[in-house]
Design a protein around this ligand. Structure first.
Ligand SMILES: [Fe+2]
Length: 256
């Protein structure tokens, strides 16, 4: 998930400075049990409410294997497929670091998982959000390209002092986007796919706004990072989102 920039004078400079060992062996039995609980609950909750490539990605990456996934095992499947790999981080990284990672096909995954007592309350995204929510779609070739492109757009927008434009684009597509598939409304975004409460809310609540997705609307629509979204952008299809985002240039995102 994306976070506000937290630049400080003495912070590390490059994205590799934020990478830490996953220390898979340090996960306790209960951590693995929490993953299994979250995974089973979320798969059942989503059913067919999510775009098909997400479900394909779950299978391809063998995410149903019990326990917190080992990043090295995940990367052994993901990297040969789309060039993406995961790295462990200790928590949210600043926006410029995050977009720099995306532009190099690197996805940061928290090296921790929520506790059993706080299954539905997260102060910041943990490895369940990062892996269950985001990684399945990175096994989809075109979506993987789109996400890399957002990294480039984000880096350029931040350099121009307009980082919020790329943050909004990312938010309304990769995190909280909806998309039609076979005439039905489906979840596309990782923030929805990994959320117990907001997944159904986004599709079924009768009062929330749902507006047609366009990159122009995404770039100019504010979002909430501390509550359910007041509005969702709905693309005509996953392919529409991918095509529109890939066609966006660093110059254009500043002018929309
Ligand atoms: Fe996320």
């Amino acid at each position: 998930m994306l976070h506000r920039a937290t630049a400080t004078k003495d912070r590390p400079q490059g994205w590799p400075d934020y990478v830490v060992p996953q220390q898979w062996d340090a996960f306790a039995d209960d951590d693995h049990a929490v993953w299994d609980l979250l995974f089973a609950r979320q798969v059942e909750l989503l059913g067919a409410r999510v775009v098909t490539p997400f479900l394909d990605g779950i299978d391809l990456l063998r995410l149903s294997h019990p326990g917190v996934p080992d990043l090295s095992e995940l990367n052994a499947i993901l990297e040969p497929r789309t060039g993406w790999r995961t790295v462990a981080v200790t928590g949210l990284v600043p926006d410029d670091v995050f977009f720099a990672m995306l532009s190099e096909r690197v996805f940061p995954v928290g090296n921790f998982i929520r506790k059993r007592e706080e299954l539905d309350y997260l102060e910041e995204p943990d490895c369940f959000h990062d892996m269950f929510g985001h990684i399945p779609m990175l096994a989809h070739h075109d979506y993987a390209d789109m996400t890399r492109h957002i990294g480039e757009l984000g880096s350029a927008a931040i350099a121009a002092g307009e980082g919020h434009r790329a943050a909004r684009l990312y938010w309304h597509s990769v995190e909280f986007g909806l998309a039609k598939e076979g005439g039905e409304l489906k979840i596309l975004g990782a923030g929805l796919a990994s959320s117990f409460g907001e997944s159904h809310f986004s599709l079924e609540n009768g009062e929330v706004e749902r507006l047609p997705f366009s990159v122009g609307r995404a770039v100019n629509t504010p979002y909430r990072h501390d509550a359910f979204q007041p509005r969702y952008l709905v693309s005509e299809s996953l392919d529409q989102t991918i095509a529109e985002v890939l066609a966006l240039t660093p110059e254009r995102i500043l002018a929309l």
